[in-house]
Design a protein around this ligand. Structure first.
Ligand SMILES: *Cc1c(COP(=O)(O)O)cnc(C)c1O
Length: 409
């Protein structure tokens, strides 16, 4: 008799986006003439940069010739040309010393943020922010690091750190010692960024408690403020306590192409039951090479083209479209009397619902009266109740139309 992994039964049914879909479909069935504007799901809309397309076309042609054909990417950790480009642009040029062989190229940050916990002990105590990107929590539930969920969907054995207007949506390290802490800056869903001082407090805490920080920097490309760190490795000592996740998805429109990477520094240690230090780089390399066989050559060539001068100029133009959307949303909603957060160094606008309305009540009002779809903040955790997330990824004319409708609410 094949038994199942019963940890899966603890998972709350993928509630948020299916429920949004159900409500939108119901509304459209009753109002087929309504032109719905979607500012809910965090997917990009602008096409790939021409430099990326050209590079990928050339790579496809190479694959069609015996002389330049490529099979497995040896080891599956990423071609040297891409790891070198990443090392230079994303780390060395920003003053963070990361070596190319500390970079593991993958098919995206969702997989990596979900998989990294596999090399860490099952009795570790995990801390996450509330509200939170659900992948961090659900993958720890699947692994068996948690107990059951309570009525508001929070699991036993997880330390939840409320991200609130009072702390600027950047939780301080908890009072107790935790073993693993997931941080995401710029943040999905709140759009908050962490300053150098705030990240330094986290690195100091992690060094004092031998905590591993799992730092998700999927949105670093949206940072406009020159004082905000793009990488946790801009903080002294972070190499000893942090892994970092990056993605080409939001940076360069790769949500459908699939490419990202994780950084696991060689100085990073985990500990055995006897307190013996072990290099996590060695364990992640072993896991990655056992369960993954590399990103396609064509995709890696496309990712490397993001770092070319033309690629950089082109992705900056695309990012500027999104950031201009975010700016117009913040400005217009501010004028209408909404309290808005985020939207400056991140493509997410986190707004306080008017008159202390519940997140779902505001969702329904916006859908019914403005035909605009956003995401109820409570879907990311109980501290998100009374908040609402809008994304800046819609087409600019759609954003303007949505703002006109907001004004008429
Ligand atoms: C979109 C997103 C990612 C990126 O996921 P990919 O698998 O690389 O597409 C990672 N983390 C967060 C918080 C995200 O919102």
């Amino acid at each position: 008799m094949a038994r199942i992994n019963e940890n899966y039964l603890k998972l709350k049914a993928g509630y948020l986006f299916p429920e949004i879909g159900r409500r939108v479909r119901g509304f459209v069935a009753e109002h087929p003439e309504a032109r719905i504007i979607r500012m809910g799901i965090g997917d990009v809309t602008q096409p790939l940069a021409p430099a990326v397309v050209t590079a990928m076309q050339k790579a496809v042609a190479e694959m069609g010739q015996a002389a330049t054909f490529k099979g497995y990417d040896d080891g599956g950790v990423g071609y040297a040309f891409l790891r070198e480009a990443i090392r230079k642009a994303d780390f060395t040029d920003r003053g963070a010393s990361i070596a190319a062989d500390e970079i593991f190229v993958s098919d995206g940050a969702k997989c990596d943020t979900g998989n990294m916990q596999e090399i860490l002990g099952l009795d570790n105590v995990v801390a996450v922010a509330d509200p939170v990107y659900p992948v961090y929590v659900d993958t720890n539930v699947m692994a068996g690091r948690t107990g059951d969920a309570n009525a508001v969907g929070q699991y036993a054995n997880i330390v939840y750190m409320p991200a609130t207007a009072e702390n600027g949506f950047v939780p301080e390290p908890p009072k107790e010692a935790v073993d693993m802490a997931y941080l995401c800056f710029p943040n999905n869903p709140t759009g908050a960024v962490a300053t150098k001082a705030q990240l330094t407090a986290w690195v100091d805490y992690a060094r004092a408690n031998k905590t591993i920080i799992l730092f998700d920097a999927a949105y670093e490309a949206f940072i406009t403020d020159p004082d905000i760190p793009h990488s946790i490795y801009e903080i002294d000592g972070a190499q000893e306590v942090a892994v970092e996740f990056r993605s080409f998805s939001k940076t360069a429109g790769f949500t459908g192409v699939r490419c990202g990477y994780s950084v696991v520094p060689k100085a990073l240690k985990g500990y055995t039951r006897n307190g013996e230090a072990v290099d996590l780089h060695r364990l992640w390399n072993r896991r990655h090479c056992t369960k993954f066989n590399g990103v396609s050559y064509v995709t890696q060539v496309g990712a490397a083209a993001v770092y070319s001068d033309a690629g950089q100029a082109q992705i900056r133009e695309t990012l500027a479209i999104y950031m201009d959307n975010a700016r117009r949303v913040c400005e217009a909603l501010g004028k209408l009397g909404y309290t808005v957060f985020g939207g400056v160094n991140a493509p997410y606008i986190w707004l306080k619902t008017p008159d202390n309305m519940g997140s779902w009540d505001f969702f329904d009002k916006l859908l019914n009266e403005a035909h605009v779809v956003g995401t109820p903040g409570v879907g990311f955790g109980p501290a998100g109740e009374g908040y609402f997330r809008l994304t800046a990824f819609a087409q600019p004319d759609q954003v303007d139309e949505a703002l006109t409708r907001f004004a008429a609410l």
